[in-house]
Design a binder for this molecule. Structure first.
Ligand code: UDP
Length: 338
């Protein structure tokens, strides 16, 4: 299959591009490199012995997208590109609506002009908020409490509307829980710019001595150890979920939603301990106040992805910590050193 991957140089995008190339698909990555590096794709090529085509462009750039579709003629699109920091989204909401919602409109219009009818979209478990109790099924109520989450929720609704209006369209919405880990080679991984917002990259930088200690945001949640619990899914398992979704969509039209998670909650302190084991050290941390907007607990009901896609997570939090530590140790400054 010929697959156009937006945001394919980023964290989840690069791991999925690798999996696509390994499975024999042809890939064109469209990425503006605003929060990613071409080096990730150079390393994907080194790992797979195959090269993804690459266009440096923002997905909102209709002319660039038009010529990418005209020359590559994709059978399907996987749409990762977008801005993803919750806190930042409250500061620059228009940027989030423009980059995340606007880009998807341009993409869908371009797909329609080029008879491309299959799209897999990166959504987020953030759409479940605290509207119901975990484990969340795909039919749980959805909404959002910040601009980032609203962009994901809006794009889901746009995709559902477009699929309802066009019976050729095949849409797979993937609601990611908490992606962590790195490719086991240690050659590609997560390379956040600035101070990491997410738990694993922050812990990895503490282990590497780049940060003094982890701030644990709250220990008074109604969870077994009082710290927040999440469903941490290894990025290599997550990447495999995209291939399973593409496979499914070759056989089924319409609009489909799947959770991608492990179905198991782990607390912040459990993750800190697992990382300490992987790194062979104690991770210094301090309990501080809750982070505004955080929910106590979020984890998936993964039965639909298992039943419909034949997909499930195989890797553990311990695997992810070992892989992240390997990536971080070999690349203390991410991709910047090369
Ligand atoms: N967390 C933390 N310290 C940090 C970053 C995150 O204690 O520096 C906690 C956060 O409160 C949540 C969990 O780790 O319980 C996962 O947070 P992350 O930002 O990675 O993902 P989220 O679930 O918020 O999307």
């Amino acid at each position: 299959m010929r697959v156009l991957v937006t945001g394919g140089a980023g964290y989840i995008g690069s791991h999925t591009t690798l999996a696509l190339l390994e499975q024999g698909h042809d890939v064109l990555v469209v990425d503006d490199l605003s929060n990613s590096s071409r080096e990730s794709l150079a390393r994907v090529a080194e790992l797979t012995g195959r090269t993804a085509d690459f266009v440096e462009a923002n997905v909102r750039d209709a002319n660039a997208l038009e010529s990418a579709f005209a020359s590559f003629r994709p059978d399907a699109v996987i749409h990762f590109a977008g801005w993803k920091a919750v806190g930042e989204s409250t500061q620059v909401p228009l940027t989030y609506y423009r980059e995340n919602v606007g880009s998807t409109l341009t993409l869908l219009e371009t797909m329609a002009r080029h008879d491309c009818h299959t799209i897999v979209f990166s959504s987020s478990a953030t759409v479940y908020g605290e509207l119901s109790e975990p484990p969340f099924t795909e039919d749980a109520p959805t909404g959002a409490t910040n601009p980032y989450g609203r962009t994901k929720h809006m794009v889901e609704q746009i995709l559902a509307d477009v699929a309802a209006a066009d019976d050729q369209l095949r849409v797979g919405v993937l609601r990611y829980f908490n992606p962590i880990g790195a490719h086991e080679s240690g050659r590609i991984g997560e390379d956040p710019k600035g101070i990491p917002n997410n738990l694993l990259p922050f812990v990895a930088q503490v282990a590497a001595g780049r940060r003094e200690k982890l701030m644990v945001f709250g220990d008074d949640y109604p969870t077994p150890d009082g710290t927040g619990t999440r469903d941490y899914i290894h990025v290599v398992d997550l990447a495999a979920g995209h291939l399973a979704a593409l496979d499914f969509l070759t056989e089924h039209d319409g609009y489909h939603v799947w959770n991608l998670g492990t179905g198991r909650p782990n607390s912040v302190l459990e993750v800190v301990n697992a990382f300490g084991e992987a790194a062979g050290m104690e991770i210094p941390y301090q309990i501080v106040a809750r982070r505004p907007g955080d929910v106590a607990s979020s984890y998936a009901d993964v039965s639909r992805a298992h039943a419909e896609l034949g997909w499930q997570a195989h890797k553990s939090v311990a695997d992810a910590c070992a892989d992240t530590f390997r990536w971080q140790s070999a690349n203390p400054n991410g991709y910047a050193q090369d």
